[in-house]
Structure formats: structure tokens, C-alpha cells
Design a protein around this ligand. Structure first.
Ligand code: 173
Length: 317
């Protein structure tokens, strides 16, 4: 009798180990209604279907669940297991986070040239995070305005920023004000800002087109949104669980080409909404674009003499 119970207990314990299901609590720094989150959901469903009994993703929510600028720290400390966010939102953890905007090659290529490994070395060491993969690529940022400019000079203008645009817009003479995406509409409505930085896609998700009169071309940098995970949680996963997660992240990343189409569509919708495009002459346009990178790399290398140059080498074309 005693032996039977012991055997049963042992069997249950070993079965328990094999059949252990881990649920990852995931938050997004972007709102549930954005294209960014909508694009993530099919991957979550596919993973959950395949991962029954092994690995599940529990999507908790967006900025209503957690303010965007707190998401990075929540991943670092393990308050949540995983997040969809952007480096600009966790520069409070490490300055290197913001350098992901400076990639001129897609993340699929960074997986081949050592860039992905470099990112993970830094993210592991400085942020206690495993960088899983990039879910937005091929997407430039732009400056959007409510007032017209005829040369790349923002003197006298107040522009909403995140760390993405800070140095660049300041160099152009702007007064800057950092806000989360959720505060931009009100800031525009009240005239607190004369413009904002944002990717080429997504302004309709927030109804900013109602308050936007101009977009400045060319775009610059590469909007980065990624999946990051608490490093301890990552290490606690089994090989099978990691492989499953990695497989689904890489599959999603492989679809990043689809953003090109989204971007074309948004350009068309912006035109339809009456948003006028401001362009400079070719020389001034090139100067504007080059300045964006020069200023940002100078700042990144100053903030991270150790990793800045290595990132520049692997991220640049
Ligand atoms: O403008 C922002 O809020 C920002 O930094 C960002 C970064 C990546 C995607 C979208 C917005």
C-alpha cells in the first residue's frame, strides 16, 4: 500500500514535469486598437494552439494596463514576463535601447550578421532581458506639423517627442516635449504642441489626422517595435518551450515586409485626409536625413562608448 502510493506520487511528479505548462504574461506599450497589436494577435493565437500543455501567452493589455514608459522596467524586474515595446520607451534602463531605431538593415539580416547576438549580449547584460525579435521594420519616422515650414528649421516650434526624436529635433531648433502616444491628441487639440514625431503608419489609429496639416519628407530612421522577455523567465523555459516561442517570433518577423504595404496605404490615406507633404530641395532633404543619423549616432556613442560603435558597424548599410 505504502509502495503503491509512493509510486503513484512519483509518477504524478514526473508527469507534472513533462506536462508543465508555462503561461507568459505579456503587455504592450501600444494600445490594443493599434495595427501593431492587431498584427501580434494571430501569432499569439497560433502559439497558444500549438503550445497547449507546454506554453501559453496571456495578453494582458496595452497602456491601460501599464503606462508605456514603465513597460521596460516591468520586463526587467519580472513584473511581467514579456512585452511588445520599443527601445525609446526604456532608455531609463540603458541608453542602448534607443539605438534600435538606427538600423538600416532589416532584423532578418541582423540575425545573419551578428547584430542579433550583439543586441542580446547588451540586453542580457544591461536590461536583464532576452531580445526575442522585431515585429516592425521597413518603416521610417516622420515629423508631422500643424504649421508650415519651408526649410528644415524648427525654431519657435514646440514638438512632441520621445527619445527617438529628441536630439534631432532639438538640433533643428525645436522646443521639445515628451509624451506617451496616448497624450498626443489632446496636446494637438489644445495647441500645446505644433507637431509630433511618429512613424509613417499609425496616425489614424489615434485620430491624429484630424489635427495634422503637414508631413515632412523624407522620413528618417526605422521604427522599431520588438518583443522582449524577462531574462530569468527565458532561462527558466525548457528547450522545447524556447524553440516554440522562437519559431513563432521568427515567423512573425519574416512577415515584416507587409509593413511596406501598410505604409503605402497610410501615405494614401494621409493624402486623402488633406495632409500636405512638405519636401525640401534635394540638397536640403539629404542634409536633413544625414543630420538625423549623425546626431543620433553621436549621442548613442557618447552614451555607450562600449557598444555604440559596434552597433553602428552592424546596423548601418
Ligand atoms: O513616437 C513614439 O512614441 C515612438 O517613439 C515610437 C516608436 C516606435 C513605434 C512607434 C512610435
Amino acid at each position: 500500500m505504502k509502495n503503491t502510493m509512493l509510486l503513484a506520487a512519483l509518477a504524478a511528479a514526473s508527469f507534472g514535469v513533462q506536462a508543465q505548462e508555462t503561461t507568459l504574461r505579456v503587455v504592450s506599450a501600444f494600445a490594443e486598437n493599434t495595427q501593431y497589436v492587431k498584427n501580434l494577435m494571430p501569432m499569439v493565437q497560433k502559439l497558444n494552439a500549438e503550445g497547449k500543455g507546454r506554453l501559453q501567452i496571456n495578453f494582458i493589455g496595452g497602456p491601460k494596463a501599464m503606462p508605456p514608459f514603465e513597460v521596460g522596467n516591468a520586463v526587467r524586474t519580472g513584473v511581467v514576463d514579456m512585452a511588445m515595446t520599443t527601445g525609446a520607451f526604456y532608455t531609463n534602463i540603458m541608453p542602448e535601447a534607443d539605438a534600435l531605431k538606427l538600423t538600416q538593415v532589416p532584423h532578418t539580416e541582423l540575425r545573419r550578421n551578428g547584430g542579433h547576438e550583439l543586441i542580446n549580449r547588451i540586453w542580457n547584460e544591461k536590461a536583464n532581458m532576452q531580445y526575442l525579435g522585431r515585429v516592425i521594420d521597413y518603416t521610417p519616422f516622420h515629423l508631422y506639423l500643424t504649421k508650415k515650414i519651408d526649410r528644415p528649421d524648427l525654431t519657435g516650434l514646440k514638438i512632441r517627442i520621445t527619445p527617438v526624436y529628441r536630439e534631432f529635433f532639438q538640433t533643428l531648433g525645436a522646443t521639445v516635449m515628451q509624451t506617451a502616444p496616448g497624450e498626443v491628441y489632446t496636446a494637438l487639440e489644445r495647441g500645446v504642441v505644433d507637431g509630433y514625431g511618429w512613424p509613417i503608419n499609425g496616425i489614424f489609429d489615434f485620430n491624429w489626422h484630424e489635427k495634422t496639416k503637414f508631413r515632412v519628407d523624407p522620413g528618417f530612421y526605422s521604427a522599431e517595435v520588438s518583443l522582449v522577455m524577462n531574462l530569468d523567465k527565458w532561462k527558466a523555459l525548457s528547450g522545447v518551450q524556447r524553440d516554440l516561442l522562437t519559431k513563432h517570433v521568427i515567423a512573425l518577423e519574416a512577415q515584416n515586409d507587409s509593413w511596406k504595404k501598410v505604409n503605402e496605404e497610410d501615405i494614401r490615406k494621409q493624402k486623402e485626409a488633406g495632409i500636405q507633404v512638405i519636401t525640401f530641395d534635394a540638397a536640403a532633404g539629404k542634409q536633413y536625413y544625414d543630420k538625423a543619423y549623425d546626431v543620433a549616432w553621436a549621442s548613442a556613442i557618447k552614451a555607450s562608448p562600449q557598444y555604440g560603435p559596434q552597433m553602428r558597424k552592424l546596423f548601418s548599410r
